[in-house]
Design a protein around this ligand. Structure first.
Ligand SMILES: [Zn+2]
Length: 125
């Protein structure tokens, strides 16, 4: 990989990580509130579920970014963690935290769909 590409990916990873870490931690939507109005209560339950899903997605992304920065230190960045092939530059430019090549990612996604249990993400993790 070209040094300039490497620096560009590292900058992207660090900037995305910092943006995630500096995001206002507005978790008020998760707080359970009681109202007399049943319709409103349903709406708030939906808002809460959405907020929990967003937080879960952010935590996942942050974990992927940290893992990618770690791979940069180890010198394995840009290689698929599964098959060891180089990840396509177009894919890395879009998702510098990708740890799989597109083929392995698709296979992984198919496995996830089969094994996903559903339910809430574990916020304690
Ligand atoms: Zn692969």
């Amino acid at each position: 990989m070209e040094t300039t590409d490497f620096i560009r990916y590292r900058t992207m990873l660090e900037e995305t990580r910092d943006a995630l870490l500096n995001m206002p931690q507005d978790r008020t939507a998760i707080r359970v509130e009681r109202t007399a109005d049943a319709t409103e209560e349903v709406q708030m339950a939906e808002d809460r579920e959405f907020a929990i899903r967003v937080l879960g997605a952010e935590a996942d992304l942050l974990r992927d970014i940290r893992a990618a920065i770690e791979r940069m230190r180890e010198g394995t960045f840009g290689r698929c963690s599964e098959c060891g092939e180089m990840i396509a530059p177009r894919r890395l430019a879009a998702l510098p935290w990708a740890s799989y090549c597109i083929r392995c990612q698709q296979r992984q996604d198919a496995v996830d769909r089969r094994t996903r249990r559903g339910g809430e993400p574990d916020l304690a993790a």
